[in-house]
Structure formats: structure tokens, C-alpha cells
Write a protein that binds this ligand. Structure first.
Ligand SMILES: [Cu+2]
Length: 343
């Protein structure tokens, strides 16, 4: 079938070529100069430019209308609204520049199309123009950078909860382990020499603060409306903990601890009811159904956002955001490091 399409396309090209050839020959017969550009050609091309501009803009708007819903749903974290505001301001700026620049480009191509009695002006240098097209982008970029730095500082320096929940995310090729500090609210230290099957994140068994630490795989839970301080570690190479629904990402660097804090404000159950989320999930499930696969439900995820090896694409862990009571009930069922190590 594909071959047929290609063949049809080639034949179409040949046919068009022949058609133009006939056109050229007929001009030749009428005694017109063959390769001379006429005013009518320029006018035709100018109109073509204008037509293309409208088609181009219409296509752009159609794409936004058709696909915009596939972007991330509303932010599930408190600070995420600031990230989104910044992103939307950037989008607005980029779209405005897109319309203005392309509008001028194609409009001028039409308005100043060549005629017999008009010649293009040759300008070697113009200080005013140089100033203009340096200053305007500089102001726009300064606006984006200052806006971004202001938000970054506000997000990183937030310290409104004196007693946040501490969670460590441990990365390795190719999975995540989450660690909770346990009853003493303190993480024990780690010792990479002690990494083994029963001690995957290498906790130091000599440090009694490790005993009540809780290690979980596959999924971890967060209480809603509670400030969470994440610390990140990596065993092997640089990974990146990306939690897109919370507008959070931080690199996990071997040999050092990085940190990020956020407050989840929407539970998993609430997010599943969001119309935007439902539309996307229904679309995915329709595709899965065609393939004979089971339907999925929406879940928050932590994904690895550094291309870290063959199974990078699958380096993810589910995040469940729930009420404080549900969270406490879940945590009570998890085993402590001591209980795991004693086995
Ligand atoms: Cu990774």
C-alpha cells in the first residue's frame, strides 16, 4: 500500500512536470521570452505568500485546538501554580512573536512584490534598526529570566512548615526506592559497602537511627496538604527524579544528597475525577482496548528524566496522594528496615 502511494506521488510529479513543459512551449510559440519574470508572476507569487500565511496560521490554531488538552493537568502541588504561570507567560510571548514575525514576513512578501518600476533599496547598516532588534529581545529575555529567578527563589526558600515530612528517594539503574524516617523522624546514615540484596540502599546497620526507617518499592504514599521534603541519592550514575504532576524535578547525583520540597494539594482520587485527566485516560484506554489490553487508571508518577541506560524508559514509581488518615494506615503496614534485615 505504501509503495502504491509512493508510486502515485512520483507519477503526479512527472505529470506536473509535463504540464509545466506544455505551458512553457505554448509561451514559446507565442514568442514570449521563456525565463523572464513578468509582473503577473510576481503578483501571483505575492498572493501565494499571503495565502500561505493564512493557511499556516489556521493550521497552527487548529493544532492548538486539537492537541492542547494533552498537556499536563492542573498542578497537584502548591508551588506548581507559579511554574504554570511562568510557562503560560512564556507560551503567550512565543505565540505573540510567532504571529508578529511571520505576519510581517508574508505580508511584506506580498505588499512589496517585484514590479517593473520598483527596485529594492540596498541598506548596508542602520544603527536605529540594530538598536531596536537588540533591545526588544533583550527586554523580553530579561522579563523571562527575572520572572523565573523570582519564582525559583520563592519556591526553593519556602520554609512555612517547621515540621515537614521527610522522604528520601534512592535511584539506581533502573528503579526507585523510597525511604521514610520512621518513628524517630531521623534518617540513619548510609554505607555503600553494606549494599546487598537485603539492604538495597546500603543503610549502615551500626546506626540505630536506621532501624525504624521504612523502605518501599513500586509505590509510595504522601499525605495531602502536608509539606514534603525530598532528599535524593543515586547509587550509580546521574538520574533525575521527575514528578511532572507536581511540577518538580531534581537530579540524583552519586556521592551527594540533593533536595526539593513541595506540598501536594490534590489527592489521587480527586485527580482521577478531573475532566481533563479523564479525557486523556479514556483516549489511552480506547487505544489499549483495540490492542486487547486492560484499561489503566490515572496515577501520579516519579519518572527518571536522565537517559540513564537501556531500561531508563521504565524507571518509574507510582505516587499515591491521600488523606492523612489513609496515609498513616498505609505507613503502619510497611516494614521497618530492622524487620527486613532480621529475616
Ligand atoms: Cu535513571
Amino acid at each position: 500500500m505504501t509503495l502504491l502511494y509512493i508510486l502515485a506521488f512520483v507519477l503526479l510529479c512527472i505529470a506536473l512536470n509535463q504540464l509545466f513543459r506544455v505551458f512553457e512551449l505554448s509561451r514559446d510559440l507565442r514568442g514570449e521570452q521563456l525565463y523572464k519574470t513578468h509582473d503577473s508572476d510576481n503578483r501571483f507569487n505575492g498572493r501565494g505568500m499571503l495565502l500561505f500565511m493564512f493557511a499556516f496560521f489556521a493550521f497552527f490554531l487548529w493544532q492548538i485546538d486539537s492537541y492542547y488538552y494533552r498537556i499536563l493537568p492542573k498542578s497537584a502541588s502548591e508551588h506548581g501554580y507559579k511554574i504554570d504561570a511562568l510557562l503560560n507567560a512564556n507560551y503567550a510571548l512565543v505565540v505573540l512573536v510567532f504571529f508578529v514575525v511571520n505576519g510581517f514576513l508574508f505580508f511584506f512578501a506580498w505588499k512589496y512584490h517585484g514590479t517593473k518600476d520598483r527596485k529594492a533599496e540596498y541598506i548596508l547598516h542602520n544603527n536605529k534598526l540594530e538598536m531596536l532588534w537588540t533591545t526588544v529581545p533583550a527586554i523580553a529575555l530579561a522579563f523571562i529570566i527575572i520572572f523565573g529567578l523570582k519564582y525559583w527563589n520563592e519556591i526553593m526558600k519556602r520554609n512555612n512548615d517547621p515540621n515537614p515530612l521527610k522522604i528520601e528517594l534512592y535511584a539506581k539503574q533502573f528503579d526507585w526506592t523510597a525511604r521514610y524516617a520512621g518513628k524517630d523522624d531521623q534518617f540513619g546514615i548510609d554505607d555503600y559497602m553494606q549494599i546487598n540484596g537485603g539492604n538495597p540502599v546500603g543503610l549502615d546497620t551500626n546506626d540505630i537511627r536506621c532501624n525504624d526507617d521504612i523502605l518501599v518499592k513500586n509505590e509510595f504514599h504522601l499525605p495531602v496538604n502536608k509539606e514534603i521534603v525530598f532528599s535524593f541519592r543515586s547509587r550509580d550514575i546521574i538520574h533525575s527524579a521527575f514528578m511532572p504532576h507536581f511540577r518538580a524535578q531534581m537530579n540524583c547525583v552519586p556521592g551527594q544528597i540533593t533536595s526539593f520540597r513541595f506540598k501536594p494539594v490534590i489527592t489521587t482520587a480527586e485527580m482521577r475525577k478531573d475532566p481533563h485527566v479523564q479525557r486523556n485516560i479514556n483516549e489511552i484506554n480506547a487505544i489499549r482496548a483495540k490492542k486487547g489490553e486492560d484499561p489503566i487508571e490515572f496515577d501520579y508518577l516519579v519518572l527518571c528524566n536522565k537517559i540513564c541506560g537501556a531500561s531508563h524508559y521504565n524507571m518509574q514509581m507510582k505516587i499515591v496522594v491521600e488523606s492523612e488518615a489513609d496515609y498513616n494506615a498505609w505507613l503502619a503496614k510497611q516494614k521497618t528496615f530492622k524487620a527486613i534485615a532480621q529475616k
